[in-house]
Design a protein. Structure first.
Length: 418
């Protein structure tokens, strides 16, 4: 194993903030247009839904979450921007889910040639915790609804002065859609924040337009917030990593090979309110690393370098702000990709409080921790960045970033520079 082998401690052993401040080429060019979407776009995804070879854009428009006992506790729609070429988009009629659609992904479920849309709702008062939009072609989508039976769900989070739940159960905040159970069908893994649960909807052979069976659930105390799937022990099965928002930890679960996950370890995330988690080989070592962002005063991104078999003993901290006691940036989303084409993983974060997208360009000359990053900042006079997704939107072979903006309720693009 590399980078140390102390699996017993599960603590950070390197505390470094590394970036170079010298001038360098900007990796992105701002696209001036704003494309209107629904209220408070909280999650964004891109895929060629229409089959014209261009990535379309989907946003989950959360709206303003209020008391779940009100008639309309939040927005219940997704926005669909269909690419027309030349970086022009046509906004389609909204897709209806349950209230507060919070996480949206695309996946090939019904047809290997056309991606579908799956969304998880935070305030599913209608019993539609998961909404599946089957792609029928021609920008038409057929909805299907999947709920988590509420009679067995705990509620572990915020209550009002009358001791009533502020949010609904299970409070889905994140989704991943992959074949976890190795049966040839895509499964849905979801984070149930309000109930401290990992939810697994097992994929089945389609029957009466149903693609998933009743969900199984596993405890994930600590406020599970974001999930990522990857094979951390090399056995060919997809395991689970997650941020634990309330306990300020990262959690790891092993795929048990029997339609579930068993806990392996949890360790401090090195900041308050770990929000997003991504899996990538940041340093080119051949091992999977974890990248975690924090949305509290730490204003930090932490890279946990993998040593194989669920080992992440060495970490590197990148702090964006100057004062840990004040929220200067409030990181709300995280993307990891090779933006410059040099074979190394870069990092982009959506900073709500500072109205910035900060890109950390990996300029390391070799592998190993720490990696060297150059910081590039894109500020927005209108709107606050809340969500990011990566795709080649203009067809030039470079990775671009779509940015979902609150306050102006729009999407804009950062285009990879030639």
């Amino acid at each position: 194993m590399r980078k140390g082998s102390s699996t017993a401690a599960w603590i950070a052993v390197a505390a470094v903030m590394v970036w170079t401040s010298g001038a360098g080429a900007s990796p992105f060019v701002r696209h001036g247009a704003l494309f209107s979407v629904g209220p408070n776009p909280t999650s964004i995804a891109a895929a060629d839904l229409s089959g014209n070879g261009l990535p379309d854009i989907i946003t989950a428009d959360r709206g303003v979450m209020s008391d779940p006992r009100e008639e309309r506790p939040a927005n219940d729609e997704l926005s669909l921007l269909v690419a027309e070429g030349g970086l022009e988009y046509t906004r389609q009629p909204p897709l209806r889910s349950d209230f507060a659609p919070y996480a949206v992904v695309t996946a090939h479920v019904a047809n290997p040639r056309t991606p579908d849309i799956i969304v998880g709702s935070f305030m599913a008062t209608r019993g539609r915790d998961i909404t599946y939009f089957r792609n029928l072609g021609g920008n038409l989508f057929e909805p299907g609804y999947y709920d988590v039976p509420g009679d067995f769900l705990p509620y572990t989070k915020m209550r009002n002065s009358d001791e009533q739940p502020v949010f609904t159960r299970p409070g889905v905040t994140s989704l991943a859609v992959e074949d976890v159970t190795d049966n040839g069908h895509k499964d849905i893994v979801a984070a149930g924040w309000s109930s401290d649960l990992i939810l697994l909807f097992p994929g089945i052979a389609p029957e009466n337009d149903r693609y998933w069976d009743e969900p199984a659930h596993s405890p994930a105390p600590g406020g599970i917030r974001d999930v990522a799937l990857a094979d951390f022990n090399g056995n060919g099965r997809l395991d689970l990593a997650a941020t634990l928002y309330s306990s300020h930890e990262v959690g790891l679960w092993r795929n048990d090979g029997a339609s579930g996950f068993e806990p392996v370890a949890r360790f401090p995330s090195r900041g308050k309110l770990p929000h997003k988690i991504r899996v990538a080989d940041v340093d080119g070592s051949g091992e999977l690393d974890l990248v975690v962002s924090h949305c509290h005063g730490d204003d930090s991104v932490v890279i946990f370098y993998g040593g194989g078999d669920f080992e992440f003993a060495i970490s590197q901290e990148i702090v964006l702000g100057e004062n840990r006691e004040a929220i200067e940036h409030e990181i709300r989303d995280l993307a990891v990709a090779d933006f410059t084409g040099n074979g190394r993983m870069d990092i982009a974060v959506a900073c709500y409080a500072s109205s910035q997208v900060v890109v950390l360009i990996n300029e390391s000359e070799s592998g190993g921790a720490p990696q060297q990053f150059r910081r590039v900042v894109y500020s927005f006079e209108r709107g606050r960045p809340r969500a990011l997704c990566v795709a080649d939107f203009n067809g030039n072979g470079r990775k671009d970033i779509a940015v979902a903006l609150w306050e102006v309720n729009a999407v804009t693009l950062l285009l990879g520079a030639d």
